[in-house]
Design a protein around this ligand. Structure first.
Ligand code: P6P
Length: 328
C-alpha cells in the first residue's frame, strides 16, 4: 500500500520527475532509464505534433513505397521512424534498434547498453481516417560485450528479458504508458506545456470484462476454438469493439477490461501481429497490470524469437477472459 500511496501522491508529476522519483526501482544505472524514456518521450512529442496536423500538411496518404513486410508505408510511418531513430541515436544509450520499418536492426551507438524494438507508428492505415494510432516499444539490456559488434543474443531476446516497455497512444488525448517491471503508469500529454503528466498511476487491468475485440471479417478461417469462444461471448451478450488500431484496442481493455484477439487466419497463418515490436511490449504491460497475454498455447513472454519480424497469434487482456478463451 505504501508503494501505491507513494505513487498516488505523484499524480500531476511530470514524466521526468516521476522517473527520477522511481529510478531506484530500475535494476541498472538509474540515469540510463531516464535518458531512454526521455528520448522516447521527446520523439513522441514530435510525432504527436505531426499526427495532429497530418490533415493540414501533405504528409498523409501512402508514400508509394512498402516496408520490408510488404505493408504500404504511410508518410507518417517513415517520419515517425526517422524521429525515434534520431532521438535514440542522439541519446547515446541504445546500441541497436529493431523497427517494423527496417529489414535488419540499425547500429546506433557502439557503447550503448540497450536494445530497443519499436513499431514507430502502429495502425498507420488509420492515419487518413483520423483514427487513433500508436507507438509501441520494448527495451532490452545488451547481452554481449559493450563496444563490441552486436550479436544475435542482443537482438533476439525473449519478451521476459525486457527491462522496460511502453506505448504512446495518439488519441483524443496523447498518452504514454510504460512499465519497468514495477507496475504500470500512464501519463497524459499537456500540449500547451509540452509535458507528460502522471494521470493514471498504478494501472490495473480489471480481472474480467464484457468487451471482445477481434476482426470478425476473417472469422470463416478462424481456428475452431476461436469460433467457439466468440459464440460464448455472444451468448454472454458481451460487446464487440474493434478499432483496428492495436494500441487503442489494448488501451481500452487495460482501462475497462476486455480481450483482444488476433488469431491465425487463412491470410496470416501465424497471426498478423509482430512478436518483437508489438506483442512483447503489450504482453509485459498486461502482465504487470494483472492481465494475461498468450499465443493461444504459451505466454507471449516465453516465446523464443527466431526472426526480427516473426508474427504470432495474440490473445491479450483481462486474466479471466484470456483463461476462458484458452479453455476452448
Ligand atoms: P486487420 C494495424 O495495421 C494493425 O497492425 C493493428 O494495429 C491492428 O489491431 C491490426 O493490424 C488490424 O488488422 O487485419 O483487422 O485490419
Amino acid at each position: 500500500m505504501v508503494e501505491a500511496s507513494r505513487i498516488g501522491q505523484s499524480i500531476g508529476f511530470t514524466l521526468d520527475r516521476f522517473i527520477k522519483n522511481n529510478q531506484d526501482q530500475f535494476q541498472y544505472a538509474s540515469g540510463e532509464l531516464s535518458q531512454l524514456l526521455r528520448d522516447i518521450a521527446l520523439a513522441s512529442k514530435v510525432v504527436n505534433r505531426e499526427v495532429n496536423k497530418a490533415g493540414l500538411i501533405d504528409i498523409m496518404g501512402p508514400l508509394g513505397s512498402q516496408n520490408m513486410t510488404g505493408e504500404d508505408q504511410q508518410k507518417l510511418d517513415v517520419l515517425a521512424n526517422i524521429r525515434f531513430t534520431r532521438a535514440l541515436k542522439k541519446g547515446g544509450e541504445v546500441c541497436a534498434l529493431i523497427s517494423e520499418e527496417s529489414e535488419s536492426y540499425e547500429d546506433l551507438n557502439n557503447n550503448g547498453k540497450y536494445v530497443i524494438a519499436i513499431d514507430p507508428l502502429d495502425g498507420s492505415s488509420n492515419i487518413d481516417v483520423n483514427v487513433s494510432i500508436g507507438t509501441i516499444f520494448s527495451i532490452y539490456r545488451r547481452k554481449s560485450k559493450i563496444g563490441g559488434p552486436i550479436q544475435s543474443e542482443d537482438i533476439l531476446q525473449k519478451g521476459s528479458e525486457q527491462v522496460a516497455a511502453g506505448y504512446i497512444l495518439y488519441g483524443s488525448s496523447t498518452m504514454l504508458v510504460y512499465t519497468t517491471g514495477h507496475g504500470v503508469n500512464g501519463f497524459t500529454f499537456e500540449q500547451s506545456l509540452g509535458e507528460y503528466f502522471l494521470s493514471h498511476p498504478d494501472m490495473e487491468m480489471p480481472e474480467t470484462g464484457k468487451v471482445y475485440s477481434i476482426n470478425e471479417g476473417a472469422s470463416n478461417s478462424f481456428p475452431e476454438p476461436v469460433k467457439k469462444y466468440l459464440q460464448f461471448c455472444k451468448d454472454s451478450t458481451y460487446t464487440a469493439r474493434y478499432i483496428g488500431s492495436l494500441v487503442a484496442d489494448f488501451h481500452r481493455n487495460l482501462l475497462k477490461g476486455g480481450i483482444y484477439i488476433y488469431p491465425s487466419t487463412a491470410k496470416d497463418t501465424k497471426g498478423k501481429l509482430r512478436l518483437m515490436y508489438e506483442c512483447n511490449a503489450l504482453a509485459f504491460i498486461s502482465e504487470q497490470a494483472g492481465g494475461l497475454a498468450t499465443d493461444g498455447e504459451q505466454r507471449i513472454l516465453d516465446i523464443e524469437p527466431q526472426d526480427l519480424h516473426q508474427r504470432t497469434p495474440f490473445y491479450v487482456g483481462s486474466r479471466q477472459m484470456v483463461e476462458k478463451a484458452q479453455s476452448f
